[in-house]
Design a binder for this molecule. Sequence first.
Ligand code: PLP
Length: 343
Amino acid sequence: MAHNLRVARSYAGTARLFAVIKANAYGHGLSRARRGLAAADGFAVLTLEEAANLRQMGVEQPILLLEGIFGADEIAPCAELDLWPVLHHAGQLDWLRRQPPVRPIQVFLKFDSGMHRLGFPLAEHAAAVARARSLPGVAGVTLMTHFAQADEGAGVDWQLQPFLHEVAGHGLPWSSANSAALLRYPETLGAWARPGLMLYGASPFADASAEQLGLRPAMTLQSEIISVQSLQAGEGVGYGQLFRAERPMRMGVVACGYADGYPRHALTGTPVLLNGRMSRTLGRISMDMLCVDLSEHADAGVGSPVVLWGEGLPVEAVAAAAGTSSYELLCALAARVPVLEVD
Ligand SMILES: *Cc1c(COP(=O)(O)O)cnc(C)c1O
């Protein structure tokens, strides 16, 4: 993670970096991420609980609450722990007006530039900024927005232009870039960038690999073969018998399944790395096991190491084969998977 943070830094210019560590740091563990990303200028999480945990771990950098406060009762802890909430609807401003914190807090005011998820629409934005600035409980306002297609061909311009137009009128610091924008669109940098995925060494783009971007996978999901089977032509494998051997072949059973976070929807042919060489899954993924093709792996047997994703096998490749995203795979790593720290 530290390496990937340095890569992010090399793209960031003068922008400061919030390391986005929501969802248990995309499955990597909050405490682990806090150590690996200790050099970040700030951290971004979702909940008060995560933020309080970080403070307890000794984090002194700013902490951004990406969905802000969920009720007026969260204002006091924000002041107490110096948390910076994102304000994205008028109700949150009402809470702050009625129950001002004992110590004024920094807030991020979210502009909806087209994602249509969170934020003030153009018609309400200027008034919301004026209101936020007038609140005695608010020490400073940073404007922010979030991109819907920074990782796609459509890019950021259709959202960035209206956002910058709004920003220009207020003379306030601003923040817009996620990983994809940070990597591709320097004009999105502003005062603070908010990279998440890239810090874990995955590429947000379909047309550029993590390796091409200089990123290294922080997580390698690894297991081993616990059983070897010989299939005759016509014999099927696993639940639903979705794969049938066309000719006699060897097959390995790997101790990893959807209860570990491996995607159940991965089809036959999803890549795996077996003894350092590519192979593929066969049939349906079970709760605790999956099957792999040993036809070209005469050397493999019980105990052979299998990489499901990570070092040597980008999580993006597995995600593509399973019809999902690397975000979802990393986040879904199950609590039961033993974690070995090697960095
Ligand atoms: C999750 C999130 C990010 C990080 O996005 P990545 O694509 O993982 O870099 C940035 N900003 C906001 C508001 C987010 O919710």
